[in-house]
Design a protein around this ligand. Structure first.
Ligand SMILES: *Cc1c(COP(=O)(O)O)cnc(C)c1O
Length: 498
């Protein structure tokens, strides 16, 4: 029979069952986090070729199952590899509703609810930061949100750049710590500032920018006749989860008339917690901020907000007034509700909707509570989610201090715990040889991926040899899972000798 409409039974009964089975695996520790196969094996395991003829629903379901089988189990309580983890039911529903309503968030006309939701969420984020005026936009990730920050910084100071390009400008310089996200470099490339003009500032042993070094760097850039434009302060660094001293950085920015952007891609989520929001003290002094709820708040990928206290600046900076889309003579409503021209994109996903629906489902504690929707069995509030994540990291750090053969890189502040493992062959009165130590984590990681029971990543940092970076943001993870990770690393690594 010729299909004349969407086969809803196929989507919501058969496919939904397959998806449900995939998600159900997250509540058991028996399932693997990853079923690792080599690229060649993968090509044999799944028929990747694009055929000339359409295939049957059964075959399609079979592909869906295979795709899930060979994807990582990102909602697994022992998936600690990235800065996102955990899957949220409400977030998944929002994602499905997005697919079903399939629209793009540029005009009120075609996205009345989503443009309104985006505005409300931006206002809420601004109020949590402490901005008096509100503006912002959701973007495809923290890197792009940081780009918005620097573009606003440049437009604020040199509005003519929009027409004349970089030719008319002095040599601009931006500053970020040596442990800031690499998007600072990428933004400098993209904006024609150049990576050489993205100056890195030294960090202390906990990964925080040393503000006296910033002051020195700015002074020396000025002496060279260049223009210090902006500082990117990081709230929650990618590796250590460290928070830069925001209030002091703000003072340097004020003194030298620089824009202050906060990269709070990872750390912004702490603002929902009364207990821990002090980590972002001073954020209200900044000009703009990037915050990824898709990281520590477990909103489905992706969900990244850029906010600024300079109302109207985003539109001035980015608008191109395409009159086929943003007609100014619409008769049905005030066209200021068409917010899409603030963006550097045209079409855009309605990512704000996911955090909005999750916010509705979860209680946000304390004076920040917006709505309370009655008792929610089994559901934790966003604040409790963050508090639990930080609690798990603290627990992890305490266990590391107690165990032989484990050493913290630094005392964790947030959701990231960084540590070395020394196999028994490397333990002794003298510290291990860094050239040997740096080989330990990659070997254990390889064994870990092949056994599939958990995933955590490793990295070098500056002159420090490879260490493990564990990110504990999944609400399903417990202290027993932290113990499991340490036991498992010891099991996989105890016989290593060089
Ligand atoms: C993850 C991260 C980013 C990049 O965010 P994407 O959404 O992956 O582009 C930027 N800054 C920091 C501090 C991050 O941790």
């Amino acid at each position: 029979m010729e299909a004349t409409s969407l086969d809803l039974d196929f989507i919501f009964t058969k496919a939904a069952e397959v998806i449900k089975q995939h998600l159900a695996k997250n509540s058991t520790r028996d399932a693997s986090v990853v079923k690792f196969v080599s690229p060649t094996e993968l090509l044999n395991a799944l028929d990747f070729a694009l055929p000339d003829e359409g295939q049957s629903p059964e075959q399609i379901l079979d592909y869906v199952k295979k795709v899930m089988e060979f994807s990582i189990q990102a909602g697994h309580p022992r998936y600690f590899n990235q800065l996102y983890s955990g899957l949220d039911e409400t977030g998944i529903i929002a994602q499905m509703v997005s697919a079903a309503t399939n629209t793009s968030v540029y005009t009120y006309e075609i996205a009345p609810v989503y443009t309104t939701i985006e505005r409300i969420v931006i206002e809420k984020m601004c109020s949590l930061v402490g901005y008096s005026e509100t503006d912002g936009i959701f973007s495809p990730g923290g890197s792009i949100s940081n780009l918005y920050g620097l573009m606003c910084a440049r437009h604020h100071r040199f509005p003519e750049v929009k027409k004349t390009g970089v030719h008319s400008l002095p040599q601009l310089v931006i500053f970020a710590s040596e442990q800031a996200h690499y998007s600072a470099q990428k933004c400098a490339m993209i904006m024609g500032i150049g990576m050489d003009n993205a100056v890195t500032i030294k960090c202390d042993s906990r990964g925080k920018m040393i503000v006296s070094e910033l002051e020195k760097a700015v002074t020396s850039v000025k002496k060279e006749g260049k223009c210090p434009l902006a500082v990117i302060a990081t709230a929650g660094t990618t590796v250590m989860g460290a928070f830069d001293p925001l209030t002091e950085i703000a003072a340097v920015c004020k003194k030298h008339k620089m824009w202050m952007h906060i990269d709070a891609a990872l750390g912004g989520s702490v603002l929902v917690s009364e207990k821990h929001k002090c980590l972002l003290k001073g954020a209200e002094l900044s000009d703009s901020l990037a915050w990824n709820p898709h990281k520590a708040l477990t909103v489905p990928l992706q969900c990244s907000g850029f906010i600024t206290k300079h109302k109207g600046l985003l539109a001035q900076c980015n608008s191109a007034h395409a009159n086929y889309l943003f007609q100014q003579d619409k008769r049905s409503y005030d066209v200021s509700y068409d917010t899409g021209d603030k963006s550097i994109q045209c079409g855009r996903l309605n990512d704000a909707f996911k955090i909005w629906l999750m916010w509705k489902a979860k209680v946000c504690h304390g004076s920040l509570a917006v709505h309370y929707y009655g008792p929610l069995q089994g559901k934790v509030g966003l604040a409790r989610q963050i508090d639990k994540a930080i609690g798990n990291t603290k627990y992890m750090a305490e266990q590391i201090k107690k165990r032989d053969g484990f050493e913290l890189v630094s005392e964790p502040e947030y959701t990231n715990c960084c540590f070395w493992y020394y196999p028994p062959s490397m333990r002794g009165p003298t510290p291990p040889d860094p050239h040997k130590l740096t080989k330990v984590a990659p070997i254990i990681k390889d064994l870990m991926v092949k056994s599939g029971k958990m995933m955590i990543t490793y990295t070098p940092l500056g002159d420090k040899p490879n260490f493990f970076r564990m990110v504990t943001i999944s609400p399903l993870s417990t202290e027993r899972d932290m113990d499991f990770v340490l036991d498992e690393i010891d099991r996989l690594g105890r016989d290593l000798a060089f």
